[in-house]
Design a protein around this ligand. Structure first.
Ligand SMILES: [Zn+2]
Length: 46
């Protein structure tokens, strides 16, 4: 089940499904942003 940008899936590392770029969320209140590299909106948990 992928996570979308704008959701707050909690602290952890997420991987862009488009390009594989990793993104860390440091706080449970952080919303998942769009991918910096490819602007994709879907991520999976690392
Ligand atoms: Zn990407």
């Amino acid at each position: 089940m992928p996570y979308r940008s704008g959701q707050k899936p909690g602290r952890g590392t997420y991987v862009c499904t488009g390009c594989g770029e990793c993104r860390d969320l440091n706080y449970d209140t952080d919303p998942l942003p769009s991918c910096d590299r490819c602007n994709n909106n879907l991520f999976t948990r690392y």
